[in-house]
Write a protein that binds this ligand. Structure first.
Ligand SMILES: Cc1cc2nc3c(=O)[nH]c(=O)nc-3n(C[C@H](O)[C@H](O)[C@H](O)COP(=O)(O)OP(=O)(O)OC[C@H]3O[C@@H](n4cnc5c(N)ncnc54)[C@H](O)[C@@H]3O)c2cc1C
Length: 319
């Protein structure tokens, strides 16, 4: 089958890899690079993860993938937890940043970036995937891995029976601050601080020193605001936002000077309430919705949802 995968985040790449042995798979993403929320930004000599910071492994499928990354030096163990007592699960990260793991998964796939999918139209035998520049790609099956409200908007004219409680699922927002410093930060070992991101009383949900983590050659700290703070300040003007975040970040910037500070907003940072199934499947029209809403949030959820989407597409062939 010709399978179009929309979204080159973790779920889309995992689905595409699993399907690429037996099918003609094309991955489309609106971003300049693959990875989605596995995002790493270079600012001068600094390297900062600004989406996912680390991941844990619970299941066998991700275990196999991570063992391979560890063997090849692509992933590393950052620490065993950010506060005592430790729960026994190592915190892994990409050795040169989280995005490098996505790039590894994309190797050998037909991945086309800078392709904003505008709509997906049903045809007599499958799907027309319409790119915003007017290009139309024909596919026999479709895997959509964008955050679900975005996937749903692509299917709005397709008249599928998508449950309303699925496409109305909420995602929380996260505002991030990326700072490059001229001296080491005041973040304590192991270079990561985790707070309750839903607690409005906390200054941040996560603080990550990218140099201590081993990702950046120069001091560079990522701050993720809590969910309530991000929602409240979402529409603040950029300068106000930057100043407010820098004020809150001061205890961890310490005596270092700020070389550069950038604000990054994630509109669909993570699902508020996950969907109980690992993906949503319409066998009749050969379409699957997947992503971190489905198989449990976060890195491993997206990974497992991508695998489940590939299984669902494989089942289409058996029909
Ligand atoms: C700030 C932040 C911190 C996080 N921290 C952690 C953490 O520490 N640990 C952890 O395990 N998880 C963390 N996560 C969650 C983790 O990053 C996600 O669960 C996971 O990366 C989601 O992968 P995905 O493939 O489901 O979605 P995404 O990565 O969002 O991929 C979807 C892709 O679809 C593309 N797309 C959307 N619309 C279109 C369109 N119309 N046309 C073409 N392409 C389109 C997007 O560009 C994107 O690349 C964090 C997320 C954020 C935002």
């Amino acid at each position: 089958m010709r399978v179009a995968v929309v979204g080159a985040g973790l779920a889309g790449l995992v689905a595409a890899r699993a399907l690429s042995h037996d099918h003609d798979v094309l991955v489309l993403d609106k971003g300049r690079s693959v990875g989605g929320r596995l995002a790493t930004r270079r600012i001068g000599d600094a390297t900062l993860d600004h989406g996912a910071q680390f991941f844990t492994v619970r299941g066998d499928a991700l275990r196999r993938q991570v063992d391979d990354w560890l063997d090849r030096g692509l992933a590393t163990t950052w620490c065993n937890g950010f506060s005592a007592p430790h729960d026994g699960f190592p915190r892994y990260c990409g050795t040169t940043g989280m995005n490098s793991l996505a790039k590894d998964l994309a190797t050998g796939l037909d991945c086309r970036t800078d392709r904003l999918v505008f709509t997906c139209r049903r045809t007599e035998n499958g799907w027309d995937v319409v790119i915003d520049d007017g290009e139309v790609i024909e596919a026999d099956a479709l895997v959509l891995t964008c955050p679900v409200p975005q996937s749903w908007s692509l299917l709005v004219q397709a008249e599928l029976d998508i449950p309303e409680e699925l496409f109305r699922r909420h995602y929380h927002r996260t505002i991030g601050l990326l700072t490059v410093l001229d001296a080491p930060s005041a973040v304590p070992e192991p270079g990561g601080l985790q707070f309750d991101a839903t607690d409005a009383g906390q200054p941040f949900g996560f603080v990550a020193d990218n140099a201590m983590k081993g990702v950046s050659d120069v001091p560079a700290v990522t701050f993720h605001a809590t969910q309530p703070w991000s929602a409240e300040h979402w529409d603040d003007d950029p300068d106000t936002l930057r100043d407010l975040l820098l004020e809150r970040a001061q205890p961890w910037i310490g005596a270092a000077g700020i070389v550069e500070a950038q604000v990054k907003k994630w509109r669909f940072a993570g699902p508020v309430m996950p969907w109980p199934e690992p993906c949503w499947v319409d066998d009749e029209h050969r379409v699957v919705l997947a992503g971190d809403l489905f198989a449990g949030p976060k890195f491993e959820g997206a990974f497992n949802s991508g695998l489940a989407a590939a299984d669902a597409v494989t089942d289409f062939t058996a029909d």
